[in-house]
Design a binder for this molecule. Structure first.
Ligand code: IMP
Length: 222
């Protein structure tokens, strides 16, 4: 029986969204904090898919239990897809949301095509490697001035035409209904009982190779 799954995020908002989705499944939900410090996955992939899988499989391998992770960001058409996987560090390694937004608006000065989308990829991985992938996206327009104070990241300049508001002007419930992450999580929710069976089967099938001492001795561990 599958009894536990780890949510590979330190972001409190994401953690509660995941918990909400998985609450009726009899799966014990753990966060990274329940395990103490583990080495961080290196998010050096060139796609959201790669990075989400890296985070999920890294965590599952280290902790020996199935893990869920997501990767997301803003894709701007006139900037050839930037900031993309660099969304969190668009303006530098420790950039704040304000700095990232400022750089985005600067790069879009005088640009007429303001179309953009948020993308999210969710990966559910088992310790032996296999993973399931869920995706969600949401189209919008980048406006020149910040509007609203909810949300985070690029929300104040991401205008969602259908509701005629920026993401930062939406309530958390409104945003979850239409957002990239909300859509990906909704698919997980729809399929959660199948996912649970898939995970159980993968764990049952898993046969870790017997440690090979010769291979160990042949390696340079210095
Ligand atoms: P991550 O998925 O936590 O790595 O987020 C990557 C970055 O993409 C965030 O730091 C934000 O800059 C941006 N981003 C992702 N999702 C959203 C969103 O829902 N609103 C605003 N910005 C977002």
């Amino acid at each position: 029986m599958l009894s536990m799954i780890v949510i590979a995020t330190t972001n409190k908002n994401k953690l509660s969204e995941f918990r909400e989705i998985l609450k009726d499944t009899n799966i014990e939900i753990r966060s990274l904090e329940d395990f103490g410090p583990i080495p961080q996955a290196v998010e050096d992939g060139s796609t959201f898919d790669e990075n989400a899988y890296k985070k999920a499989s890294h965590t599952a391998r280290i902790l020996g239990v199935p893990a869920i992770a997501d990767d997301s960001g803003l894709v701007v058409n006139a900037l050839d897809g930037a900031p993309g996987v660099y969304s969190a560090r668009y303006s530098g390694e420790r950039a704040t949301d304000d700095e990232n937004v400022a750089k985005l608006l600067k790069n879009l000065q005088g640009v007429t095509d303001r179309s953009a989308r948020f993308e999210c990829v969710l990966s559910i991985a088992v310790p032996s490697g296999p993973a399931l992938t869920y995706e969600g996206s949401c189209e919008g327009i980048i406006i020149d001035e910040k509007r609203g104070s909810n949300g985070f990241g690029y929300d104040p300049v991401f205008y969602f035409e259908e509701l005629q508001k920026t993401f930062a002007e939406l309530s958390p419930e409104e945003k979850n209904r239409v957002s990239h992450r909300g859509k990906a999580l909704a698919q997980v929710k729809e399929e959660v009982h199948m996912i649970k069976k898939w995970l159980e089967q993968r764990l049952f099938e898993e046969k870790p190779p017997k440690p090979d001492h010769k291979e160990f001795m042949d390696n340079d561990w210095s």
